[in-house]
Structure formats: structure tokens, C-alpha cells
Design a binder for this molecule. Structure first.
Ligand SMILES: Nc1ncnc2c1ncn2[C@@H]1O[C@H](COP(=O)(O)OP(=O)(O)OP(=O)(O)O)[C@@H](O)[C@H]1O
Ligand SMILES: [Mg+2]
Length: 375
């Protein structure tokens, strides 16, 4: 059997590239096709660095060649990842902010804001310069979780320009849409408006030097998310899920949202929140009330890192309500869990920055900061 190169190319033309409305050949993804008897080698360039995207492209190519040309063809697909240039607005640099980490979930109420507040407090404890931008226009939480709800950011003059000065507590700088909206007032905004407000809170704010700016996103995967994602240079995303199936299905959508080609934000990993219930007085007892290791299994399935698990404990909720993140308690198993989670996030940011082109000038390239943990 001698394979015909033209037939192979025609078969590849039946594969459409998601989001581009072009087929794989038209889009320029197929760089070269070579045939040797019953063997075919396809050189492919793709923009999405995820393993999942690579696997999908490979499987599709094999399938169309087997189905349309020759079912016994021996196929080799060489895949090269070339991350596309970010759109102009994404390249806008934010002086002083090294990494923007978005914290997202598909489902609401799984603990994004709680996890964001605790990672931020832990990063500050470790010696990093950290900010939190509460982007949840439906229900801002950061002002309460950091006990700063009664404060208003002031304007400061920086190089002749008036800038918003974030509020600071526990070594964390905070800006929230909640500082500018009335409590109990439902904010009905569309994506572009939310993105504009957030842009102002990033570009027109006096954050100073930050190693990490954590972005606490609203729940869901709607147009607000698309606008935010496309208008900000986000280094990577942390997806929070609880272990039960309804939350996992939404977390899967969350991961897919970041990985889609028009967004292309690296997923740093998945956090399992409310992994099990532990009564404070019986710390060794673990009750898997929402199911066991659901988010961990999901991360394996999607081939994204598993960042850690946080138990369901009353003190986390209480700490959130009082406005002092639970991770700040000294030497508790909970503080250890948040330490481990935070180290994993830092580690993933470091390896992301080493393996992918920067969205920004990125300076953190070692774990050195973590050794500065002050206990
Ligand atoms: N591990 C935990 N243990 C106990 N309570 C928790 C835990 N995680 C979150 N909570 C509580 O659950 C509630 C919801 O958490 P949180 O507001 O962080 O979720 P969210 O995902 O940000 O919600 P939303 O989708 O509305 O933004 C809060 O009262 C919080 O204190
Ligand atoms: Mg929230």
C-alpha cells in the first residue's frame, strides 16, 4: 500500500480548528505531511499547550486518516506548541505586578473567596508581596473576609496621576468592587463593564510592587469571565471545586474555559475544598460527606496538577465571617494545609513561568521566597 499525500491532506481538511472557523490545513497548523509506503508523518503546530489539546489533535488526525484514507495506515504526529502572541491588550504591562493568578470555579459557593483569602494571607506570611482583587460583582467577599468592609480606598497622587490606594490588612493589599457598590444592591453588569471596572482597579491603582495579585472571580463561566480573561494578562488560573459531582461538572467547564484557544490561560491546578468534614474536637476523624477525592480524580482526568485539599471545618467559616483568614492561626493542621496548598501554587507559577512565554515580565523563578516562611 502506497499512501497518497494529497489524499491525506484532503482528509486533514475535514478537521476544524476550534474557535477559528478554519480547517487544520487552512489555519496553517499542518506544517508538513510526508508519506513512506503505508506510513505517514504529520508535523503539526498548535497554540494550546495543554496535554489534553495535544492528545485531541493527535486522535483526530489518526481517526480521519484511518477512516478516509487507509484503515491500517501507520501514523506519526509530531506536535510543536507555539503559543500565539497575546492580543494587544493582553500585552499591556502592569508595572510592578509580576503574576496575576485568577481563582475560579464553575459552581458558586464552593469556597473561591475563602481559598483566595487564605492563599493571600499565607503568601504574605511567607514574605511575598501580595494583593487581592475581588472581582465578584455579584457578591464581593474580600471586604468582609479581610475585615475592611468599613473602609474606602483613598486617591493618592503618583507621578502627577491620581491613583486608587488599595486597603491593607494582614500584609495583603485589597481592592474590591464591593468598596464602590452599596451593600445589598444587586449589581447588574455585563461583561465589558465588569472588565472595564477591573481594568481600572488594576491599571489605575497604586498596587506598588506585587509578587502575586490574586483575582477572586465571580462564579460561573459566562461572558463576564471571557471579558476579564481577554482584557487582563493572567499568568495562570486556580480552579476550586468541592468533591461532589455537580461541582466537579462545573469545575470541568471552568478548566475548559481557561484552556479554550481564545483565552489560553494556563491552569495551574485544582484545589479540593471541603474535601472532608473534621469536627474540631476530633481532628483525626474525617467524614467524606461530599464524596471522596472527586476533585483529585478530576485533576488526574484532565491532566492538570492537584494543588491540595482543604477540609470543611467550622473555624474556616467563622474566620471568614470575623474577617481574619483561618490560615493565620499559628501551628494548626489547617494552617499547615494552607501552607502546603500555597507552596504548590507558587511552585506551579514558577514552572509555568519557566515553560511558557510570559504574559508579563516575570521575576519569580525560584522557590526561595518559600523558605522565608515565618512561623
Ligand atoms: N473549607 C471550608 N470549611 C468551612 N466553611 C467553608 C469552607 N470553605 C468555604 N466555607 C464557607 O462557605 C461559604 C462560601 O464560601 P465562599 O464565599 O468562599 O465561596 P465562593 O465560591 O467564593 O462563593 P461565590 O460563588 O458566591 O463567590 C462561606 O460562608 C465560607 O466561610
Ligand atoms: Mg466568592
Amino acid at each position: 500500500m502506497k499512501l497518497d499525500r494529497k489524499e491525506i491532506i484532503e482528509a486533514l481538511e475535514s478537521i476544524t480548528v476550534p474557535g477559528e472557523g478554519k480547517n487544520m490545513v487552512e489555519s496553517g497548523a499542518v506544517q508538513n505531511v510526508m508519506t513512506f509506503g503505508d506510513e505517514v508523518v504529520v508535523d503539526l503546530v498548535i497554540g494550546n499547550p495543554s496535554l489534553q489539546a495535544k492528545k485531541k489533535a493527535e486522535v483526530e488526525i489518526m481517526k480521519v486518516i484511518h477512516d478516509k484514507v487507509y484503515e491500517k495506515a501507520k501514523i506519526k504526529v509530531n506536535i510543536k506548541v507555539e503559543t500565539p502572541e497575546k492580543p494587544e491588550i493582553k500585552g499591556k504591562s502592569i508595572p510592578g505586578i509580576k503574576n496575576i493568578v485568577a481563582v475560579a470555579s464553575g459552581k458558586g459557593g464552593v469556597g473561591k473567596s475563602t481559598i483566595t483569602a487564605n492563599i493571600a494571607a499565607t503568601l504574605a506570611k511567607m514574605g511575598f508581596k501580595v494583593g487581592v482583587l475581588d472581582a465578584d460583582i455579584y457578591g464581593p467577599s474580600a471586604p468582609i473576609m479581610f475585615d475592611v468592609a468599613d473602609q474606602k480606598p483613598l486617591a493618592v497622587d503618583i507621578d502627577g496621576k491620581s491613583k486608587m490606594k488599595p486597603i491593607e490588612n494582614y500584609g495583603v493589599k485589597i481592592l474590591s468592587i464591593g468598596f464602590f457598590t452599596q451593600p445589598n444592591q444587586a449589581v447588574i453588569w455585563r461583561g465589558p463593564m465588569a472588565a472595564k471596572a477591573l481594568n481600572q482597579m488594576i491599571f489605575d491603582a497604586a498596587w506598588g510592587e506585587l509578587d502575586f495579585l490574586l483575582l477572586d472571580l465571580p462564579p460561573g463561566t459566562g461572558d463576564i469571565h471571557l471579558s476579564i480573561m481577554q482584557s487582563l494578562p493572567i499568568t495562570g488560573a486556580v480552579v476550586v471545586s468541592t468533591p461532589q459531582n455537580v461541582a466537579l461538572a462545573d469545575a470541568r467547564k471552568g478548566v475548559a474555559m481557561f484552556q479554550q484557544e481564545s483565552i489560553n490561560v494556563p491552569v495551574l491546578g485544582i484545589v479540593e475544598n471541603m474535601a472532608y468534614f473534621t469536627p474540631e474536637e476530633l481532628p483525626d476523624n474525617k467524614y467524606y460527606i461530599f464524596g471522596k477525592e472527586g476533585a483529585k480524580n478530576l485533576s488526574e482526568d484532565l491532566q492538570v496538577p492537584f494543588l491540595g485539599e482543604i477540609p470543611l471545618v467550622q473555624s474556616i467559616r467563622e474566620a471568614g465571617d470575623v474577617g481574619r483568614p483561618a490560615a493565620l492561626q499559628e501551628n494548626t493542621p489547617l494552617a499547615d494545609a494552607f501552607d502546603q496548598l500555597t507552596k504548590n501554587v507558587v511552585q506551579e507559577v514558577v514552572s509555568r513561568n519557566q515553560s511558557l512565554p510570559p504574559t508579563e515580565a516575570i521575576a519569580i523563578t525560584t522557590m526561595a521566597g518559600c523558605s522565608a516562611v515565618k512561623k
